[in-house]
Design a protein around this ligand. Structure first.
Ligand code: GLP
Length: 243
């Protein structure tokens, strides 16, 4: 694992955006894996700036988002599809047909997960996966568990995740209890991976992700099995990092 540790959230976002921009320039038809959450918002903003001011071109880029709440349609304002449209897609020149998402309202969610895996395979796999991390070290929506499916699947959200994500919903009861997510195998098959984390609430998750022990009880720790991972951290998230 490699580390880029910055003083502020803003610097972390810019460093990560620069890394992604370089990857897009090196391979204009790159396949990206994308996260939601509050962490990557600054990175998306900087990528939009690079597009608008410096001509960073997304016209050949293909994207696969990591996860989606089960039961929320793409026009629901708390769906991840809506978040991505609003935060990033509508501000850059990604072609709508190159945007891929797990469909939260799919009648047969297992078949939907299978479809997603096949779609990833069909484009030749993910070149660069961008991740955030939950306070319990979940990646995508892979929650801590005794064992984890390798491929995309339907997951029951952990109580602490429902609690953490309730800040975006009117009432805690409105937070979906299930989601569709890429599996840890889908993530680890990506050629390169970067992970962004900021703030002291993530320090334990980052410790568990970097401390040399690999366990599905700390899903982020599985990234230690990958040979090309870069962590972009602000100094608060990095306090307990073991390199
Ligand atoms: C969410 C998403 C994850 C994200 C994480 C952290 O539940 N499923 O992909 O990385 O939680 O979110 P935040 O960046 O808001 O802390």
């Amino acid at each position: 694992m490699r580390f880029v540790i910055t003083n502020t959230y803003d610097e972390m976002s810019k460093e990560a955006a620069r890394f992604v921009a370089e990857a897009v320039k090196a391979k204009p038809d790159i396949v990206l894996g994308l996260p939601t959450g509050s962490t990557p918002i600054g990175m998306y903003k900087e990528l939009i700036r690079l597009h608008k001011e410096e001509g960073l071109d997304f016209s050949q880029v293909t994207t696969f988002n990591l996860d989606e709440y089960r039961g929320l349609s793409s026009d629901h304002d708390q769906s991840y599809r809506y978040f991505m449209e609003d935060t990033f897609f509508k501000h850059v020149n990604i072609k709508p047909e190159n945007i891929n998402f797990l469909v939260g309202t799919a009648k047969d969610p297992e078949a939907e997960c299978q479809r997603y895996e096949e779609a990833i395979e069909k484009v030749g796999g993910i070149d660069l996966m961008i991740l955030g991390i939950g306070v319990n070290a979940h990646i995508g929506f892979n929650e801590p568990a005794k064992e984890l499916p390798a491929n995309s699947y339907v997951v029951q959200l952990a109580e602490e995740t429902i609690e953490a994500n309730s800040r975006f919903f009117e009432r805690k009861e409105d937070v979906p209890k299930e989601a569709l997510t890429m599996g840890v195998g889908s993530i680890l098959r990506s050629r390169r991976i970067i992970l962004l984390a900021n703030g002291s609430s993530k320090k334990d998750a980052i410790y568990g992700t970097t401390n040399g022990i690999v366990t599905t009880e700390v899903p982020g720790s599985l990234l230690q099995l990958h040979q090309d991972v870069v962590l972009f951290l602000d100094k608060e998230a990095a306090v307990k990092v073991s390199k």
